[in-house]
Ligand binder design. Structure first.
Ligand code: ARG
Length: 458
């Protein structure tokens, strides 16, 4: 049963049918298509195109069809071109000729754009909930480590000590921005295309604004051509998804490093790590690696859709059918990865002793020494130079910064005095970074308080 048989003599070629059919992936839009159909039936009734009795039979049949879809009694077949075709067949099976009235004033072009917006707005809510769970897991770990010193790195080299909780919260800020972006996305996505018809609107007295309201949209599209041609909402969602993917990948990469023998900063819980089929001793960070790897398909989904869209003339073109698989894959991927990473983070055991012991490694307190000289009036350029000489002296003599004697210090530079050694302790170095945004334990605790407010409001 096709929706467009009237002007054709023969049936379509098999090759065309196989190319054209989308029901195997767009069937997941069925609940949203049914929702939009109920709203459309009511608008036809208000327009005097369906009488009250017809409306109640129509709504009854749509409800029954929905139940049959949920129970699996109604399934799409390979002969149904897409979800809209399948559902019209289901309606005709229930209502006979009356079922054919629902299509008045509506096209699959405005229908599919509406369905996809409804689907995405709904699923973005689930994605936000999973993101909040990940933020919560990171924050509860951070809470235990507001005072735990860790080697802070730039270029993956020891740079300056930081509180491990500060580093964990850095990831929370990234995910909080992702949620913010999705909320902002929703505001722009909340526009209903229904009423645009194929591209020009309808000569029937429809009421797009009321339909928009009934479907939970903020407004109806002000331009029917834009309504059916626009897929910005899908592309923008895919950017948000790719950005989340990149954030998950960066966190994943850190976890892979932290779990390695070389770092030994964390131990993953058995429930969130995997073994090797040959090496009995292995405990692998597959969750973190899959988070890193799956970001590739999220970036790919964005690239796919932007490439489909570029160069399309207004308005609807069949190319637009290619919008769905990348969107569905991105949604599925995020809903798979986010709970796994949240579980991994929530259950990992942090090796506090090892973090604390390695925090000053690699002359990580050198900057503190230089800043001490600055406080004594030495220009930073000279302080930097003097500490640089001291670092080389330590390397040559195989010493740490705090292992240098008073005489040795004085020999390297007259700027150094015995009290210089006072700044060479990690807790002091953390506590000193107490300005807004710094790694001082007090500031990390403040951060936790304000992040909790942000996350509660998300
Ligand atoms: N399956 C189509 C899509 O996903 C629905 C719209 C088809 N419209 C048309 N005029 N052929 O985009």
């Amino acid at each position: 049963m096709r929706l467009w048989g009237g002007r054709f003599e023969g049936g379509p070629a098999d090759a065309l049918t196989r190319l054209s059919v989308s029901v195997q992936f767009d069937w997941r839009l069925a609940p949203y298509d049914l929702l939009a159909s109920r709203a459309h039936a009511r608008v036809l009734n208000r327009a005097g195109l369906l009488d009250d009795d017809e409306l109640s039979r129509m709504i009854g049949a749509l409800d029954d069809l929905e139940r049959a879809c949920v129970s699996g009694d109604f399934r799409p077949t390979v002969a149904d071109e897409d979800v809209h075709t399948a559902l019209e067949r289901g309606l005709l099976e229930r209502l006979g000729a009356l079922g054919g009235k629902l299509r008045a004033g509506r096209s699959r072009n405005d229908q599919v754009a509406t369905d996809l917006r409804l689907y995405l707005r709904d699923h973005v809510r689930h994605i936000v909930s999973r993101l909040v769970e990940l933020e919560t897991a990171l924050m509860s770990q951070a809470e235990k480590h507001t005072e735990t010193a860790a080697p802070g790195m730039t270029h993956l080299q020891h740079a300056q000590p930081v509180a491990f909780g500060h580093q964990l919260l850095a990831h929370v800020h990234a995910f909080a921005r992702d949620i913010d972006r999705l909320r902002d996305w929703d505001r722009r996505a909340a526009v209903s295309p229904l009423g645009a018809g194929a591209l020009a609107g309808s000569s029937l007295p429809l009421d797009p604004q009321t339909v928009a309201e009934e479907l939970g949209f903020g407004s109806a599209a002000p331009n029917s051509m834009d309504a059916v041609a626009d897929r910005d909402f899908a592309a923008e969602f895919l950017f948000c998804a790719a950005m989340i993917g990149v954030h998950l990948s960066r966190l994943g990469e850190e976890i892979v490093l932290w779990a390695s023998q070389e770092f030994r900063w964390i131990e993953m819980d058995d429930a969130y790590s995997t073994g090797s089929s040959i090496m009995p001793q292995k405990k692998n960070p597959d969750v973190a690696e899959l988070a890193r790897g799956k970001s590739g398909r999220l970036i790919g989904a964005l690239t796919t859709l932007l490439t489909v869209l570029k160069g399309l003339p207004l308005t609807y073109n069949r190319d637009l059918q290619e919008d769905k698989e990348p969107v569905f894959d991105a949604v599925d991927t995020l809903l798979l990865v986010l709970p796994a990473v949240a579980g991994l983070v929530a259950t990992m055991r942090v090796n506090t002793a090892r973090l604390t012991a390695s925090a000053p490694d690699g002359f990580a307190l050198a900057t503190d020494l230089a800043e001490l000289l600055v406080r004594k009036g030495v220009p930073f350029r000279d302080a930097h130079e003097a500490v640089g000489h001291l670092v080389v002296w330590c390397q040559v003599h195989d010493k740490t910064l705090d292992g240098v004697t008073d005489e040795e210090l004085a020999k390297v530079s007259p700027h150094f005095t015995p009290d210089s050694r006072d700044v060479l302790n990690v807790p002091g170095a953390l506590a000193a970074r107490k300005a807004h945004g710094g790694t001082a334990p007090d500031r990390v605790r403040d951060q936790l308080i304000s992040l909790r407010e942000v996350v509660d409001a998300q």
